[in-house]
Design a protein around this ligand. Structure first.
Ligand code: GDP
Ligand code: ZN
Length: 301
């Protein structure tokens, strides 16, 4: 080979030791992971160096990894949480009338997003269903807190253009309870998603042995990450005393508590309990805060 070439790109999918990288070219580039850099995840920005795979044929290997920010972890009760996507700009939290949202699930996702400084957006899907309008109103509390809440329907197309506008910039990841319509929304937004799945480089002479838990798809000037292999994202390793980061209305009032390390449970002089009593903080959100904090303290995550 004449000389070693180097390119930069964004990890699009990970199939064991083989990865696919978006590097500005029409097709993703296949590359090998390397022990010196360590395991990469979807969203990572990497440098690739060319290698001679066979006489005259060029392949790529990972030669460098840029600093990761804004990460999402896969939750697991048994194992340590596992990093799945990095450099996420936006978390699209999908909820719907059916299946009804598990209590506190939106709050857990908001916490995961705020913790990693990822912009959360709440989508309420299946607006075409009878009774959806009424349930949608229950999300008013989030709009009041300043979050963007968008009603959508993957069936009628309501709200889809608005969502598409958001996804046109930065990297977005969809999360939510199974069955709320994440795939249906993604199919509507990325109808040719299957066509974009790359053929692995001929030069590597290998097919895919495993499936990628997440895959990044270019969408307009942005990137949308599909995570079919992930049942649920978790809270990573957020310390219990930082849970209020996910509760803006609590976080902004904490300075008013008598104790700087107030947990807002039963300490005297707690400004948060006062605010709940005075209905400035919703009881549901406060209960949710307590539940999440407790689940972290007891190690359930
Ligand atoms: P996911 O598990 O979140 O990916 O959910 P799916 O996209 O697989 O959708 C679950 C079910 O809900 C499927 O039967 C879809 O056809 C249905 N569904 C998805 N979006 C909508 C919607 O906007 N309206 C209605 N009525 N059904 C939907
Ligand atoms: Zn307090």
């Amino acid at each position: 080979m004449d000389s070693i070439r180097e390119i930069e790109g964004l990890v699009r999918a990970v199939y064991g030791e083989l990865i696919e990288v978006l590097s500005g070219t029409a097709d993703p580039v296949a590359a090998f992971q390397t022990r010196s850099v360590g395991t990469v995840v979807v969203g990572d920005r990497v440098a690739l160096k060319s290698i001679e795979v066979e006489e005259g044929e060029v392949g790529w290997r990972v030669a460098g990894l840029h600093k990761r920010e804004h990460c999402l972890w896969r939750s697991s009760r048994r194992r340590r949480s596992q990093l799945v996507v990095s450099n996420v700009d936006r978390l699209c939290i999908v909820s719907a009338l059916e299946p009804p949202p598990r209590e506190g699930l939106i709050d857990r996702y908001l916490l995961a997003a705020e913790w990693q400084e990822i912009e959360p957006v709440i989508l309420f899907n299946k607006m075409d269903l009878e009774g959806a309008e009424e349930t949608f109103r229950r999300l008013d509390v989030y709009a009041t807190l300043g979050y963007e809440v968008i009603p959508t329907s993957a069936v009628t197309g309501v709200g889809i253009e608005g969502v598409a506008g958001l996804l046109s910039r930065g990297m977005s990841v969809f999360v939510g309870h199974s069955g709320v319509g994440k795939s249906a929304l993604l199919n509507r937004l990325l109808p040719d998603i299957d066509l974009k799945i790359a053929e692995l480089s001929q030069a590597t002479g290998r097919g895919r042995h495993t499936t990628s838990v997440a895959t990044a798809h270019p969408f307009r000037d942005g990137i949308v990450v599909d995570t079919p292999g992930i049942r649920e994202f978790g809270l990573g390793d957020i310390p219990a005393e930082l849970v209020s980061i996910g509760f803006r209305e609590i976080h902004e009032r904490e300075d008013g508590c008598r104790f700087t390390d107030c947990s807002h449970r039963d300490e005297p002089g707690c400004s948060i309990r006062e605010a709940v009593k005075g209905r400035e903080i919703s009881q549901t959100r406060y209960d949710s805060y307590l539940r999440i904090r407790e689940s972290i303290e007891t190690g359930e995550g």
